[in-house]
Structures are given as C-alpha cells and as structure tokens.
Ligand binder design. Structure first.
Ligand SMILES: [Zn+2]
Length: 335
C-alpha cells in the first residue's frame, strides 16, 4: 500500500516520506496525488509502537487514544486504513475494533503519580520516599532557557493606579507569598508566560479590565524541567541520537502530560491548599536536582506555555506595558 505525507500530521513522518519517496503517485490511503512510499517502510516503527498497547475491554478506542496523545495521523480515516493494515499483518493481540490501553509497564509509570498524589495529601508529606518512585531517569532538566529570552507576567491594574512599576511586577515578598500550584506558602516563585496573550488568561482578565504586563528578561542560561515537552515519537525512534527504546519515551511523555495537566489546573474557589501539595513537591524535587525552573502547558490558553522560576533573581522586569481587554470570546459545549 502506498501512503503519502498528507496522511499524517506528524512533521517527522511527513519529512521522512518526502525524503524517501522516489515517485509521485495516487496515495492508496487518502487518494491524493503526491510523493508516496510503501507503508512497509514505516511498519517497523508502527509495530513497535502498537506493541505498547494491550486489549482492554474497559479501555479506549485505539484511533482516538493515538490521536489524543500523539497526533500522528491527519484524519481518523487515514489512521483507520493504515493501522488496520499493520494490525492485520501482525499478531498484536487486538484488532482495530478492540478497546485498548497502554501496556502494564507504561500504566505503572503514570499510576505512580496518582499514588504519590494521594500519599502526600492523605498519609505523609515531608518525608515521602520519592526515591522509591525511581524518577531520576524521567524528571531531570531537559531544556534550556537562554539568557536574554523575554517572558511575561500580568497583573490586573489595581483601583486608582494607572501603571505599576517594574518592581511591582515581580513576585510578592516571602511574608505575602500565598501557596500556588508550584510554590508552597511563604516560598515565592516567579510565574511567567511565554507569550503576552497567555498572561491575559492566566490573570483571568475580563472585559474592559486594564492590565499591566511586565516584560522580563532572563539574566543567565537556565536549566529547566520542561513538562510541556512535545516529544516526537518518530524522531525519538529513528533520530541519529536516539538510544532510548520507544517504551521509555512513551512512559516519560505520558507522565509529563499528567504532571503538566495538574500543574496547569485552574485554581477553583473551593480548592484547599492540600490540592497543591503534589505539584509543589514535584517542583521541589526538580529544584533539589539542580533545575532552575519548570515549563508546562497553560490550560487556560490553548497553545500557551507557562514558566515558573524558582529564583526570582534569574529574571528582571525591564518594561511595563498597559493594555485594556477589548473583546472576550466565550465558548460552551452542550452538557
Ligand atoms: Zn495520503
């Protein structure tokens, strides 16, 4: 079966197809006239990937699970055609119609996070045995923020003020530092966003709010643990520097997604500070292991990312801009 780059969303697979193709032909999967290759050229990758799933009647639709976690295919129809063809040739223990879940080794890795969350909320807190979770291999600095990078932080303009000073845009003093998802009570961290637009959402700005936006400059190269890390599975599998097996890559990505989701959960009125303990603990673990901060996806602004710096002196507010919210778009879905 011939497949083409249009069948995929995954940039690395697209590039691989374009680079490997020697012919332009009609794709047997999506029907477009394009550079195509035989599916067999990708089958080693797909077979190894599909071996990470097991049949589970209480699990998920394979196509939907792969779409949600990996976004490999350009449409459900392409996923259906390609995966059916691979599954038909291999003995994987499930068919395309079966419900599946990740293998028990992978589930074990992310269930550890769930166990740790309940342990530090309900059983013991300050002497949790993180060592027994065997996380050293996963939670370590994996990205850098270069000196000179610009990041942003917003504050809603207080009554009677026009513009805040650069000093007022930093984190609050220790005695006024309330607990957040990343920082414990009394230990302030600096919460920043990668883009100005994300700051509007993070401060929950509403129509006609006036906000001050601080532009921060990073003062030295920083090592961070990037929980928003967009791991490209095909690149990790086939890339020149690849020395990890697919299962390890999948474990890390799923664990990071879960932690990132918890880090970015919006605070709700009825939340108690106990809710924050697990993510505070993870941050302290990162800090203890030499990281200068963390990065994670914003749940309030799709596509936006947040950065938390453990030492506020690593960034300096160089400018304050004032904006007014002119338009708010509200979306809903039927219940
Ligand atoms: Zn195609």
């Amino acid at each position: 079966m011939n497949i083409c780059a249009n069948c995929f969303n995954d940039e690395e697979i697209k590039q691989f197809i374009v680079a490997s193709s020697t012919t332009i032909t009609e794709c047997d999967c999506c029907g477009q006239e394009s550079e195509a290759i035989e599916l067999s050229e990708l089958s080693d990758f797909f077979v190894e990937f599909l071996r990470l799933f097991i049949k589970d009647d209480n699990g998920y639709d394979l196509i939907q699970l792969i779409k949600q976690d990996w976004n490999i295919f350009s449409s459900d129809a392409c996923a259906q055609t390609i995966l059916s063809s691979i599954i038909a040739d291999e003995n994987l223990g499930f068919t395309i119609e079966d419900k599946v879940t990740y293998s028990s080794e992978i589930q074990e890795c992310f269930s550890i996070w769930e166990r740790l969350k309940s342990e530090v909320r309900e059983e013991k807190r300050y002497f949790s045995d993180l060592g027994s979770f065997n996380w050293e291999g996963y939670i370590k600095s994996n990205a850098r923020i270069k000196k000179g990078t610009a990041l942003y932080r917003a504050r809603i303009t207080p009554e009677g003020r026009k513009k805040l000073t650069t000093k007022e845009m930093g984190c609050p003093p220790k005695e006024r530092a309330t607990a957040g998802r990343a920082n414990p009570l009394g230990i302030p961290y600096l919460y920043l966003c990668n883009e100005i637009e994300t700051t509007y959402y993070e401060v929950r700005a509403v129509y006609l709010d006036r906000i001050n936006i601080g532009r921060f400059r990073i003062l030295r190269d920083l090592n961070i643990v990037d929980f928003s890390n967009k791991i490209n599975l095909f690149y990790a599998y086939s890339g020149a520097e690849s020395n990890e097996d697919l299962q390890e890559i999948v474990k890390r990505k799923i664990l990071f997604d879960k932690i990132s989701t918890d880090l970015s959960k919006p605070l709700r009125r009825f939340d108690t500070e106990i809710e924050y303990v697990p993510t505070q603990l993870i941050c302290e673990y990162c800090k203890q292991n030499g990281a200068d901060g963390i990065r994670f996806n914003s749940s309030l602004h799709q596509g936006g990312t947040n950065v938390v710096l453990f030492n506020s002196i690593d960034a300096k507010c160089t400018r304050v801009l004032t904006h007014e919210i002119k338009n708010v778009k509200i979306e809903s879905c039927p219940l």
